[in-house]
Design a protein around this ligand. Structure first.
Ligand SMILES: [Zn+2]
Length: 135
Protein backbone atom coordinates (compact mmCIF):
# COMPACT_ATOMS: atom_id res chain seq x y z
CA UNK A 1 0.00 0.00 0.00
CA UNK A 2 1.25 3.44 -0.87
CA UNK A 3 1.47 6.35 1.53
CA UNK A 4 -1.95 8.00 1.94
CA UNK A 5 -0.27 11.42 2.19
CA UNK A 6 2.05 11.62 -0.83
CA UNK A 7 1.10 8.42 -2.76
CA UNK A 8 4.70 8.41 -4.03
CA UNK A 9 6.16 5.81 -1.67
CA UNK A 10 5.25 2.56 0.04
CA UNK A 11 3.68 3.08 3.45
CA UNK A 12 6.28 2.03 6.00
CA UNK A 13 6.75 3.15 9.60
CA UNK A 14 9.81 5.22 8.65
CA UNK A 15 8.04 6.73 5.67
CA UNK A 16 4.75 7.89 7.19
CA UNK A 17 6.21 9.05 10.50
CA UNK A 18 9.54 10.51 9.34
CA UNK A 19 10.40 10.47 5.62
CA UNK A 20 7.14 11.66 4.07
CA UNK A 21 6.98 15.39 3.35
CA UNK A 22 3.93 15.66 5.64
CA UNK A 23 5.79 14.10 8.58
CA UNK A 24 9.06 15.93 7.97
CA UNK A 25 7.18 19.23 7.69
CA UNK A 26 5.54 18.60 11.07
CA UNK A 27 8.78 17.55 12.78
CA UNK A 28 10.60 20.54 11.28
CA UNK A 29 7.85 22.90 12.44
CA UNK A 30 7.94 21.41 15.94
CA UNK A 31 11.72 21.71 16.14
CA UNK A 32 11.81 25.18 14.60
CA UNK A 33 9.57 26.42 17.42
CA UNK A 34 12.87 26.17 19.31
CA UNK A 35 15.07 27.46 16.51
CA UNK A 36 16.31 23.97 15.62
CA UNK A 37 16.64 21.75 12.58
CA UNK A 38 15.13 18.29 12.56
CA UNK A 39 17.72 15.71 11.52
CA UNK A 40 16.37 12.30 12.53
CA UNK A 41 14.81 10.73 9.50
CA UNK A 42 13.93 7.27 10.73
CA UNK A 43 11.95 5.75 13.58
CA UNK A 44 15.03 3.99 15.00
CA UNK A 45 17.29 7.06 14.77
CA UNK A 46 14.68 9.21 16.48
CA UNK A 47 13.97 6.80 19.31
CA UNK A 48 17.68 6.10 19.81
CA UNK A 49 18.04 9.83 20.42
CA UNK A 50 14.99 9.87 22.68
CA UNK A 51 16.25 6.93 24.73
CA UNK A 52 19.70 8.48 25.06
CA UNK A 53 18.58 12.02 25.91
CA UNK A 54 15.16 11.93 27.52
CA UNK A 55 15.52 10.10 30.79
CA UNK A 56 13.90 10.72 34.15
CA UNK A 57 11.26 13.34 34.85
CA UNK A 58 13.00 16.58 33.90
CA UNK A 59 10.91 19.29 32.22
CA UNK A 60 12.77 18.57 28.98
CA UNK A 61 11.94 14.89 29.07
CA UNK A 62 8.32 15.60 29.89
CA UNK A 63 7.89 18.11 27.07
CA UNK A 64 9.70 16.00 24.49
CA UNK A 65 7.70 12.90 25.32
CA UNK A 66 4.42 14.80 25.13
CA UNK A 67 5.41 16.56 21.88
CA UNK A 68 6.68 13.40 20.15
CA UNK A 69 3.66 11.38 21.20
CA UNK A 70 1.32 14.17 20.07
CA UNK A 71 3.00 14.34 16.66
CA UNK A 72 2.99 10.59 16.05
CA UNK A 73 -0.62 10.30 17.30
CA UNK A 74 -1.72 13.12 14.99
CA UNK A 75 -0.09 11.56 11.92
CA UNK A 76 -1.68 8.17 12.67
CA UNK A 77 -5.09 9.74 13.33
CA UNK A 78 -4.89 11.75 10.08
CA UNK A 79 -3.78 8.66 8.15
CA UNK A 80 -6.82 6.74 9.42
CA UNK A 81 -9.16 9.68 8.80
CA UNK A 82 -8.03 9.85 5.16
CA UNK A 83 -8.12 6.10 4.73
CA UNK A 84 -11.42 5.25 6.43
CA UNK A 85 -13.45 8.48 6.39
CA UNK A 86 -12.22 10.13 3.16
CA UNK A 87 -11.62 13.34 5.09
CA UNK A 88 -8.38 15.27 5.36
CA UNK A 89 -6.69 18.07 7.23
CA UNK A 90 -3.90 20.29 5.95
CA UNK A 91 -0.40 20.11 7.43
CA UNK A 92 -1.11 23.48 9.10
CA UNK A 93 -4.28 22.08 10.70
CA UNK A 94 -2.36 18.99 11.85
CA UNK A 95 0.29 21.21 13.43
CA UNK A 96 -2.39 23.16 15.30
CA UNK A 97 -3.84 19.83 16.53
CA UNK A 98 -0.39 18.80 17.80
CA UNK A 99 0.07 22.07 19.66
CA UNK A 100 -3.41 21.71 21.17
CA UNK A 101 -2.60 18.19 22.38
CA UNK A 102 0.59 19.47 24.01
CA UNK A 103 -1.26 22.39 25.61
CA UNK A 104 -4.10 20.16 26.82
CA UNK A 105 -1.64 17.81 28.44
CA UNK A 106 0.20 20.67 30.09
CA UNK A 107 -2.95 22.51 31.21
CA UNK A 108 -4.75 19.58 32.81
CA UNK A 109 -4.22 20.20 36.56
CA UNK A 110 -3.94 16.51 37.49
CA UNK A 111 -1.58 15.82 34.62
CA UNK A 112 0.49 18.89 35.42
CA UNK A 113 0.77 17.80 39.05
CA UNK A 114 1.72 14.27 38.05
CA UNK A 115 4.36 15.60 35.66
CA UNK A 116 5.62 18.12 38.22
CA UNK A 117 4.96 21.00 35.83
CA UNK A 118 4.26 24.57 36.81
CA UNK A 119 4.81 27.79 34.92
CA UNK A 120 8.40 28.33 36.00
CA UNK A 121 9.38 24.78 35.03
CA UNK A 122 7.62 25.16 31.70
CA UNK A 123 9.79 28.13 30.80
CA UNK A 124 12.87 26.24 31.96
CA UNK A 125 11.68 23.17 30.06
CA UNK A 126 11.52 25.05 26.79
CA UNK A 127 15.08 26.21 27.37
CA UNK A 128 16.26 22.65 28.03
CA UNK A 129 14.28 21.51 25.01
CA UNK A 130 16.43 23.75 22.80
CA UNK A 131 19.72 22.71 24.36
CA UNK A 132 19.14 18.96 24.19
CA UNK A 133 17.97 18.99 20.61
CA UNK A 134 21.07 20.88 19.54
CA UNK A 135 23.27 18.17 21.03
ZN1 LIG B 1 4.33 9.87 1.91
Amino acid sequence: MNCIFCVAAVETRDHIFFECTVASSLWSALFSLNGLQFKHHSWDAFFDLAAACWKGKSPLTTIMKIASNALIYTIWKERNKRLFQSQSSTVAEMFIAIKELIADKKEDPKERARLGLHSKQNRKGRHFFSIALNA
